[in-house]
Design a binder for this molecule. Structure first.
Ligand SMILES: [Zn+2]
Length: 139
């Protein structure tokens, strides 16, 4: 795979340096059978250092998960070597089954079939709270 140019696929750019593995794991990119290139610590005029992930195939990305990890990531869709679409991300209002509530008294630790849902309560500081017990996600 030529990592400089992909014909059909997706490029995740402007990932905060060091977060690419978290993105890789959260999007289950290890389950893809196409080439995936992770480029770490790329010099960026805007950000100093950044990570880039190139996926040599088109697939459905969970943009909420991506936005939760890092809302500054840009997603480019490449077709026949040309960028056909660019998406900017935002912090999602809710996330489901991305984080696990750590409160031992939370209903989700008893009722394990319940979805682990967290709600954005403070956009400025990226604070999410459990919808059941209000515990905040410990970063
Ligand atoms: Zn909880």
């Amino acid at each position: 795979m030529n990592i400089d140019s992909i014909k059909n696929g997706i490029v995740l750019d402007h990932i905060s340096a060091g977060k690419s593995m978290r993105v890789y794991d959260s999007l289950n990119l290890d389950e893809l059978d196409c080439s995936v290139a992770i480029i770490k610590n790329v010099k960026s005029q805007k950000m100093g250092r950044k990570d880039i992930i190139k996926i040599d195939n088109d697939f459905e990305i969970d943009l909420d998960v991506l936005g939760y990890i890092d809302p500054n990531i840009t997603v480019s869709y490449i077709k026949d070597g040309i960028t056909v679409e660019k998406k900017k991300l935002a912090l999602p209002e809710t996330i489901t089954n991305v984080e696990v509530c750590k409160n031992p008294r939370c209903i989700t630790s008893v009722e394990t079939s319940l979805p682990q849902t967290f709600k954005l309560v403070d956009k400025e500081n990226h604070v999410y709270r459990c919808v059941y017990c209000e515990s905040r996600i410990a970063k």
